[in-house]
Design a binder for this molecule. Structure first.
Ligand code: HPA
Length: 300
């Protein structure tokens, strides 16, 4: 009887998200704050700092790098110059911190990211988000390329994440474990993003992202399994950033560009997927993603 009550209590606490009661409120590290101060106030040598606190942080995934060209008064620093953000090695990930303006709003972008499969220590997966937090950013747009699992998806379609299945479960630091797993993607901003992209003529819908380690693309059997488990798209990034951004209290929108389709792979004349093609196909959706950026900026 006594032990039954204990179980009930445990389940109630789990439901309330109190199971991670030991987690501390995260604070950005000293290194993140030092870089943030340069971006906001002192500048990097000849790079002019931002005039105002950035209202949006964007992580540009595979093929999305050219979105930095929309920034006015654009300033760029290579991750390697910062000595803190790890250099990206994956194809289509330049590895640069970029800031500038869209009309009179300040925006910061990470042009490229590292992935868990690159073998970096786990904190490297979310240092960019820690920097966003140090910059005072409260809204993030995370972008990535993915394989489409749901049968009626088309290549180039934008899927705004409504949930994810985390098959990797990176061992994040304790302060990032208090995120209530059931509410990670911002409903209001995400719904607005879908509507805006659709009105602008882009294929766009909400969907569930399966986060897998990679670096290999999935086998036919794995694509079939992921589809059966209820995922709409599959990729190798973003989820650690989502968890950390939510722990910092940021509102999160994630846009995934479908670059290949599981159904067309799961047939006898299966063609192998090439990273270069994934990159090019994702790049073809940058216009659609930019309409989403504009909408987010309008709402902030
Ligand atoms: N699987 C995992 N990651 C991906 C894929 C895929 O099919 N396409 C683009 N990124």
């Amino acid at each position: 009887m006594g032990s039954e009550r204990t179980m009930v209590e445990i389940f109630e606490r789990m439901r309330d998200g109190e199971q991670q009661i030991g987690a501390r409120q995260p604070v950005p590290s000293h290194a993140a704050k030092v870089i943030a101060r340069k971006v906001l106030r002192t500048g990097f040598e000849d790079k002019v700092p931002l005039a105002t606190k950035p209202c949006l942080g964007i992580v540009l995934g595979t093929g999305m790098g050219s979105l930095v060209d929309h920034l006015e008064e654009k300033m760029t620093v290579d991750f390697s110059e910062l000595g803190w953000l790890p250099s990206a090695t994956a194809i289509g990930h330049a590895g640069r911190l970029v800031w500038g303006h869209v009309e009179n709003q300040s925006v910061v972008m990470l042009q490229g990211r590292v992935h868990a499969y690159e073998g970096q220590p786990v904190e490297m997966l979310y240092r960019g988000i820690e920097l966003f937090a140090a910059l005072g950013i409260e809204q993030v747009l995370l972008t990535n390329a993915s394989g489409g699992l749901t049968s009626d998806l088309v290549v180039g379609e934008i899927v705004i994440l409504k949930d994810h299945i985390d098959f990797v479960r990176n061992a994040l630091a304790a302060e990032y474990l208090k995120t209530n797993g059931s509410h990670v993607y911002d409903e209001l901003l995400s719904a607005g993003a879908v509507r805006t992209a659709q009105v602008a003529g882009h294929r766009c819908r909400r969907g569930i992202y399966a986060y897998c380690l990679g670096p290999n693309y999935e086998t036919r059997a794995e694509y079939r399994m992921l589809k059966m488990l209820g995922a709409d798209v599959v990729g190798m990034s973003t989820v650690p950033e989502v968890i950390v951004a939510r722990s910092f209290g940021m509102r999160v929108v994630a846009a995934s560009i479908v670059t290949n389709l599981a159904d067309s792979i799961d047939c006898e004349d299966k063609q192998p997927i090439h990273g270069e093609d994934v990159c090019q196909t994702a790049a073809s959706a940058t216009n659609g993603v930019w309409t989403i950026v504009r909408k987010l900026l309008d709402e902030l």
